[in-house]
Design a protein. Structure first.
Length: 140
């Protein structure tokens, strides 16, 4: 009877390890006008390889896009005219406007997507969302 308890505890701990909070992301792709705004600073031009924290907001211009990759291989692709950020130390992501694709690997612990009007939780899937404040929310 002790063996099943140990196996259960090990599986639980592995699940916790996979659900580690997202603390940083790397900018892995950038097309056209992509800027990064730190908490109280002026937005600066982004470069591939930039490391972002939860105090960073990614801003994209017209006909622009960006891709962020997190340590657990969660990928976020941010579309044109968007403002996107994640909360460091959690698995929460926020889109203030624009569109993005979020791909969370199976067993990575999921993510929570927030807008000012909608909150969605996902696990081990790919989703797309477009948000226009005061107009619409599309969630696929």
């Amino acid at each position: 009877m002790k063996i099943p308890s140990i196996v259960t505890a090990a599986a639980f701990l592995i699940g916790i390890a996979h659900a580690a909070p997202l603390k940083t992301a790397n900018l892995t792709k950038k097309v056209n006008d992509v800027r990064i705004s730190e908490s109280s600073r002026q937005a600066r031009e982004a470069s591939v390889g930039d490391r972002l924290t939860g105090s960073s907001t990614v801003l994209t211009g017209r006909q622009s896009r960006a891709e962020l990759t997190f340590p657990d291989q969660t990928v976020t692709r941010i579309g044109a005219n968007a403002a996107f950020r994640f909360n460091s130390g959690s698995r929460d992501m926020e889109i203030k406007q624009g569109s993005f694709l979020l791909q969370v690997p199976k067993n990575a612990g999921g993510a929570t997507i927030r807008t000012s009007t909608v909150t969605a939780a996902i696990t081990g899937t790919t989703t797309m969302m477009e948000y226009s404040p005061g107009r619409w929310v599309k969630f696929i």
